[in-house]
Ligand binder design. Structure first.
Ligand SMILES: *[C@@H]1O[C@H](CO)[C@@H](O)[C@H](O)[C@H]1NC(C)=O
Ligand SMILES: *[C@@H]1O[C@H](CO)[C@@H](O)[C@H](O)[C@H]1NC(C)=O
Length: 181
């Protein structure tokens, strides 16, 4: 004998399992897609200064300044399970103290439907490029990489890296002119 309540329960349970299944399919249909994309990064102006790091101590630490060009066509990353992209530009370099230093210099969110073809020229970094010592001056290999987190409608997706990292050198001398910008 089915009461109204029993029927209601059955419908709700059925609906929920259909929804769960659809959500999973949505996730599964996109989780194995290749989210790699070609990026083109160039540095325009690079200099390094030696400034007091008041946050840590009175010691002088290296502070890098750079402007960069960035081109990437991220249109291909937007499929039906992508809500937004979180892009970030990191610098990686080695110093005497640390095998791997990573600093996030810039980031950007692209919502679904926004322009996802980037043609950025002469951009300033958003965040300070501070080293915790003197590891920037005369550093011969600093690598810039564009990474992105894909924020999906359903499920989780890991971070990805654009191919086409750019390596540059810092000058062997500190810049003495006043800090620009
Ligand atoms: C970006 O890529 C999409 C396909 O992934 C292509 O249709 C479009 O023409 C590209 N845009 C530019 C400006 O290269
Ligand atoms: C520069 O560092 C990157 C990793 O950060 C490495 O892949 C690359 O081979 C290095 N290049 C040189 C010339 O040492």
């Amino acid at each position: 004998m089915h009461t109204v309540l029993n029927r209601g329960n059955a419908i709700v349970a059925y609906t929920l399992s259909v929804l769960a299944c659809l959500t999973f399919c949505c996730f599964a249909s996109t989780v194995f897609l290749d989210y790699g994309t070609q990026t083109d990064i160039q540095t325009v102006k690079v200099l390094v200064k030696n400034v007091p790091d008041y946050a840590a101590s009175r010691e002088h630490h290296d502070l890098g300044f750079l402007t960069f060009d960035l081109q990437a066509n991220l249109t291909g990353l937007f499929n039906w399970n992508v809500k937004q992209l979180f892009l970030y530009l990191t610098a990686e370099y080695e110093t005497k103290n640390n095998k791997l230093n990573q600093v996030v210099l810039w980031d950007k969110i692209i919502m679904r439907g926004e322009n996802s073809v980037l043609k950025l020229k002469n951009m300033n970094t958003k965040y300070y490029f501070f080293d915790d010592g003197n590891g920037l001056k005369n550093n011969r290999n600093v690598t810039l990489t564009l990474s992105y987190n894909i924020i999906p409608n359903a499920g989780i997706l890991p971070s990805f890296f654009g191919t086409g990292a750019h390596s540059f050198k810092f000058p062997a001398e500190y810049a003495v002119s006043p800090v620009q910008k």
